[in-house]
Design a protein around this ligand. Sequence first.
Ligand code: ADP
Ligand code: MG
Length: 389
Amino acid sequence: MNIHEYQAKQLLKEYGISVPEGGVAATPEEALQAAGSLGSGKYVVKAQAHTGGRGKAGGVKVAATPTEAAEFAKQMIGMTLVTHQTGPSGKIVRKVWIEKATDIARELYLAVVLDRTAQKLAVIVSPMGGMDIEAVAASNPELIFRTHVAPGQKLWPFQAQKLLCGCGLNAEQMKAGESIIRNLLRLAWEKEASLVEINPLAVTGAGDLIALDAKMNFDDSALPRQAAIAAMEDREQTDELELEAQKHGLNYVRLEGNVGTMVNGAGLAMATMDVIKMAGAEPANFMDVGGGASAERIAKGFEIILSDKNVNAILFNVFGGILRCDNLATGVVEAAKKVKRQVPMIIRLEGTNVAEGRAILEKSGLNFEMASSMKEAAEKIAKVAAAKG
Ligand code: ADP
Ligand code: MG
């Protein structure tokens, strides 16, 4: 689960990390008041939407007066912010966060992220803050410093110093940086976050360190233990189709390609997405209908995939284990008949009663072609999707 910047900054504050003073506003009037109560100086008006890259997309603006801040708020509230992270559908903006403008000397990057492979938290620091860390990783990998911390363990001061020593900080700033890293680690650990990112962590003209942006992601499975975090959920920021899928127990993540995929089992779903990409096509979604998918669940899955207008072909890749292939085929045929919009489908079925399953599909008269291997299925779907444009 993601939270908004204003919520993430509240958490940073609770953990002793300094953030600019600010206030949240859902109307231009509230924005006027929020800016007014911050005193003199400039104000930064920031669209609250679950995405980064807002600055470049018009979601971060500097205002000289509270009146101008209110004007920016008026422009932003209600807008759909499209950034390089949101995809073309964008994210709706319902609130803005207004904070004091900081005199920035330099922008650093700091994050704590769960590294599942290492089974540890990774602390990542870079002197190249304020930009996409992925771009820095590509252009200047030598300017990204990282270290791992075992669950529940503290970072030794020398580890923090080593991380920060490429950031050009003086002794006092090093101390402040160390404390920020320690507190951020504590936050990530105690709140069960999979990512806490401060980008930029600004070095101000006066030499102080202050978090100007904050992005946090929490483990959904931890939310029953994390009531305060769970209460920060903003369901409006979640993709509509993803919400619909959640309701029906389908594991669905919308992506940007045009090949819809329906698979049983998360591992097989990942492998299916890989082969689709290897065949030169782009998956439109990840979907795991689960091991015991019923005909209704399959129908719902179809409906969700087809509601995505980008989808022009569907790859159905199912390994019938607990669920027999013949039952599954019956479900697919029923579902495909129920859903009005039709796109070509490639179906690969394997497992228990596969011959019966294939026979049912072949007799159904629906617009699908069978494939016997993953590779064949991927190649066929790539061809179909390309032909449909
Ligand atoms: P995003 O990462 O979504 O683009 P940020 O909050 O990082 O949004 O803002 C983008 C840029 O705007 C920052 O890198 C920083 O240069 C500037 N900025 C953000 N907040 C402030 C602030 N309070 N004072 C001065 N500049 C700011
Ligand atoms: Mg940022």
